[in-house]
Design a protein around this ligand. Structure first.
Ligand SMILES: *Cc1c(COP(=O)(O)O)cnc(C)c1O
Ligand SMILES: [Zn+2]
Length: 415
């Protein structure tokens, strides 16, 4: 592993050997306080010139595919990964919206097809593999829902012990799922931030490996795999735009990082336009990207996976958005609900609100004429609707039972 990669702090740009830092940059971590986004998140930077050299006989990207991208992971072997099929999700293509032809190419990347039904499995996969290679038996995570159930499921497939700290108010379906996988759930009488802090104290006290987002650099390295896949599924063509739902900013950072790795390997020349989609009721990351004095507001949105007051991966997202001219758009809860209904009715894809938000963002861009002709546009659908049926319930009228006679049915049909 010696010169395969190093870590770089996104704030002070200090560089560290891979075994010098496990989580945050020690210089920046010391100044962190709970009212602000944490500084010192680190990014893995690979030995790109060495990878290029190896690519002499086969085109670099083809070689990466053949070796399952091992050169771009902080791991010894791809055999360390879970046996579950993580990632390799479908990329569906469409020529119509609302039954009308569109003049661009629309693709939906359906991440609900991951083993625990959300995008989070990509991060858990890397964390589990890293834990295996580094002899960690127990993994701990603080989560408001999907990250916990994901770590529990992927950990179960690896026979690793998983401990999940959750705010006591977390959605029931996600907790039941976590418990089914056999993880130990520790509900905290407090907020997600309390759960987060407590999980870090516990990992230090008990030697557990910590999966927290914007803390453990493996999460970004796992999330970036979606970009490798999109490029491959588009027959090695770059999409023009990608819409990504954003809360803490970890998924979007992963998307940027994946394309950045390939960019540094000269596999293409430019970054796609990456659009951060936030809920209007939880606009804290995109509203503060260019602010000196942060103004973080309390959240009020049906998109519970996007409801984040202080975005944990703020600085890494800001770093990527500045470097590669990222864009942003905000959508209302009504727009999110409409988008989830269209996705379900027109595509047969039932997305949770946080996921449908990305589709709503794309529709808004389209209506504002911001999608150029013939563009390849990808929307990242991050999680399954079955994880959060409560929020769409109000939009539906489930029918009342009928008498078991054909006459009763005729009456209803006639209405
Ligand atoms: C976690 C999550 C998001 C938001 O990701 P961030 O990394 O917090 O920006 C979006 N959709 C779903 C389904 C999620 O679970
Ligand atoms: Zn630093």
């Amino acid at each position: 592993m010696d010169n395969k990669f190093y870590f770089e702090c996104v704030n002070c740009r200090s560089k560290y050997f891979y075994d010098e830092v496990e989580y945050l940059c020690p210089k920046c971590e010391a100044d962190n306080n709970s009212g602000n986004p944490p500084k010192g998140v680190v990014k893995a930077v690979y030995n790109y010139s060495k990878i290029l050299e190896l690519g002499k006989y086969l085109r670099t990207f083809d070689r990466l595919v053949n070796t399952q991208f091992i050169d771009l992971f902080p791991l010894y072997s791809v055999r360390s990964f879970s046996a579950l099929r993580i990632g390799q999700t479908p990329l569906y293509s469409y020529t119509k919206i609302d039954g009308k032809a569109i003049n661009f190419k629309l693709f939906l990347k359906d991440e609900s097809q991951n083993p625990t039904f959300s995008f989070k499995d990509r991060a858990s996969n890397l964390v589990s593999a890293f834990a295996l290679e580094n002899d960690y038996k127990t993994i701990v995570v603080a989560s408001s829902g999907n990250a916990g159930s994901s770590m529990a499921g992927i950990g179960a497939s690896m026979q690793q012990d998983v401990v999940v700290f959750v705010p006591a108010s977390a959605p029931k379906a996600k907790l039941i799922q976590t418990a089914m996988y056999g993880a130990r759930i520790i509900p905290v009488a407090g907020t997600y931030d309390h759960a987060f802090e407590l999980s870090i104290q516990a990992s230090k006290a008990f030697g557990w490996y910590n999966r927290n987002t914007a803390y453990n650099p493996m999460t970004t390295e796992g999330k970036k795999t979606v970009s490798f896949e999109i490029f491959k599924q588009l027959n090695q063509e770059l999409p023009d735009m990608i819409f990504v739902p954003v809360g803490d900013g970890s998924i979007i950072s992963g998307v940027f990082k994946g394309f950045e790795d390939l960019l540094k390997l000269n596999i293409f020349e430019k970054m796609p336009r990456i659009v951060a989609v936030q809920a209007k009721g939880s606009p804290n990351l995109t509203n503060n990207l260019h602010e000196k004095n942060f103004n973080f507001i309390d959240c009020n949105t049906i998109a519970d996976s996007l409801a984040v007051k202080i975005p944990r991966n703020f600085y890494m997202t800001q770093h990527f958005m500045n470097e590669y001219q990222g864009e942003s758009v905000q959508v209302s809860d009504d727009e999110i609900l409409d988008a989830s209904l269209s996705l379900a009715k027109q595509r047969g894809i039932f997305s949770e609100p946080s996921s449908a938000a990305a589709y709503a963002g794309m529709l808004k861009y389209k209506n504002e004429g911001k999608i150029a002709k013939n563009c390849k546009v990808v929307v990242l659908l991050t999680g399954s609707g079955l994880k959060d049926i409560h929020s769409v319930e109000a939009k539906l009228n489930l029918p009342k039972p009928v008498e078991p006679t054909l006459d009763a049915v005729k009456k209803i049909i006639a209405k």
